[in-house]
Unconditional design. Structure first.
Length: 133
């Protein structure tokens, strides 16, 4: 025995839509070719098969869009609304930035450089006062 896939529906809404056509649920069930309690069971469980929804649309002229509960789109964890790039790319960018900050804090890139310039203080030449004798 195979089970057909069911879709979530608003059973109360479907029931009210059927009743507004002027027929009862039992009459609508028989028109669809089911037992008298077929549609009451569908409304009670809030689930309907694709075949059931097609029959309701064809026989009772009630489109499934009126009572079908739309399943939310799965949220992709690869993109965000603000930045279409993936999360992995964003994390890689953050890792690079953190690495740069660590290097700056350790002083690897900003080491103070000293050069032996002719106008600097050189102990081997002595001070200016010593030479001006």
């Amino acid at each position: 025995m195979s089970r057909a896939r069911t879709y979530p529906i608003d059973g109360n809404k479907l029931k009210n839509l059927i009743l507004t056509t002027g027929i009862t649920l039992a009459e609508a069930s028989e028109r669809l070719g089911g037992s008298k309690d077929y549609l009451s069971g569908v409304c009670r469980t809030n689930k309907a098969t694709a075949q059931c929804m097609s029959l309701i649309a064809l026989v009772l002229n009630i489109p499934k869009d009126l009572y079908l509960i739309k399943e939310p789109e799965p949220v992709s964890h690869e993109t965000t609304e603000d930045d279409p790039r993936g999360v992995a790319e964003l994390l890689a960018d953050i890792a690079k930035d953190v690495k740069k900050l660590v290097e700056l804090m350790e002083g690897k890139e900003n080491e103070q450089k000293t050069w032996n310039l002719p106008f600097g203080d050189h102990s081997d030449r002595g001070s200016i006062d010593d030479r001006a004798v």
